[in-house]
Design a protein around this ligand. Sequence first.
Ligand code: GLN
Length: 457
Amino acid sequence: MDLEKVHKMIEVCRKIDKKLHCFTTICEEEAISQAKDNPAGKLSGKFFSVKDCICVKGVESCAGSAILKGYRPPFDAFSVQRIKEEGGIIIGKTSQDEFGFGGFCVNTGVGFETPKNPIDDTRSCGGSSGGAACITKALPDELNHVALAESTGGSIACPAAFCGTIGLTPTYGLVSRWGLIDYGNSLDKIGPIAKNVPDAAQILSAIAKKDIRDSTSVGSDGDYASYLGKDIKGMKIGVISDNLGEGTDPAVAERIRKAVSYFDSTGAEYNEISLPSAVRYGLPAYYIIAMCESSTNLAKYCGMRYGANEKLDGNFNEYFTKVRSRFFGKEAKRRIILGTYARMAGYRDAYYIKAMKVRTKVIEEYKTALKKFDVLLSPSMPMVAPKIDEIKDLPPMRHYMADACTAPVNLAGLPHISIPCGNHNGMPVGMMLIGDHFCEGKLISLADKFERDHDGI
Ligand code: GLN
């Protein structure tokens, strides 16, 4: 790639970052050295930002946490390796809630700034992949950028909705998690945040390959771009009615209903459907499982082998308490405490095991619905991006409740895509289409048709 182009890109990113804090690192040197000898491939000419929790060789990758500050992985995550193999150029690491713990990017780690929404910088850009959606929206089209993001319980769809971009969360297992700094291993998925559906489809084709280093990797040889430009006549859409009533901003519900009438006018068929178990119990089950898994994942950061350390003194408990108290943020500490509690002897059956049973029920409910419908449709988020000042001090439960639409879908490992569908108070509304496992193609066909007919919203 032309080095001039790389310099220009870095300069624009620096300018945006100064105002919006969307990067944790901008890696100019690496981008230039990649551009000098990068192979020609399907992603040549494209720039990529990578969420901080996805490892990039030689570039600080700390999942937005002070406990991993200074960590430069000696390897690339599988998805990053695939991007490089196809000629894409990595320009930096994007801001996130610490380890992915949040939906508004206000739970950034000690010493990290909160990224802001590029449409209105007093508002949240969503989380936890907030920086990814922020830079995707803020960069001009001609700079040809796509973000690599990650979702555990909604972290791709949420920021995509708040910033007015496309967010494609693949089926659990479709993209290898090798090289991802884990949040919850049975839930984590890597996927693109892009300006348009064709970009998202192209990136998915590049990264959705089998990788033997991740035992849950299924991979695919699919060319997802082949689902673009399809006729959607006769496709069956199930509109999740539970997500359009109480708890959802009526203005958001109205935009979603408008999108439904558009699909109706194209010859796709729709019907309302209620998913009582998923909607009622999916969110609490998600939080119990996610916290249990994250608390075990964070146990390794004890100041000895991984992450930050301090001068050794006191016994082991005193020492690791000192390190963890200093370097973990408030939300990470909360999740360690709650997650440890929920899987402790005596409480495990009541919380963790019960949540796992609920998870099976939720999956069954979605699977039954997806026998009747090609896709399910819902708002991505029940509101538009809130003001940062209004949410940063809300009790954690209020933050968790905002994941009502996305957490159950993620719990079931189902693919979903968030597409902008109109505005409210000048802020974008996100519509979410949900498919059966490994049916990303249908999501791409519907989203692409919608995008082409609603250019610029
Ligand atoms: N907001 C959710 C949580 O805090 C989801 C975050 C994510 O997907 N990483 O767990």
